[in-house]
Design a protein around this ligand. Sequence first.
Ligand SMILES: [Zn+2]
Ligand SMILES: [Zn+2]
Ligand SMILES: [Zn+2]
Length: 103
Amino acid sequence: MTKIINCAYCNGTGKDPFELLSSFSGCQVCEGTGQNEVEEPSITCVFCAGSGKNPLGARVPCIVCHGKGSNYCKSTKICDLCQGTGKSSDKLPCLRCKGIGFC
Ligand SMILES: [Zn+2]
Ligand SMILES: [Zn+2]
Ligand SMILES: [Zn+2]
């Protein structure tokens, strides 16, 4: 089952939030549509706090949710390796839950 959500990376505008190429360049995540399809059940991406942007500061989409701001997750058990933060000690996605926070 899938559902359509507003693109987190561009806030549903369909434009590149960082205007890397030009102010007319389209969002690379939703390809300019402003919306993305996500697999259900989904939860807000803890790695980027639902922003869709890479929390490490690079002007690229979140490496866990790929810019969508939410992740497919059918578990409600918080990952005990990262305590649900989705991050490992080196700030990379948790190896056990792959950055989702649940496993
Ligand atoms: Zn977008
Ligand atoms: Zn994310
Ligand atoms: Zn984890």
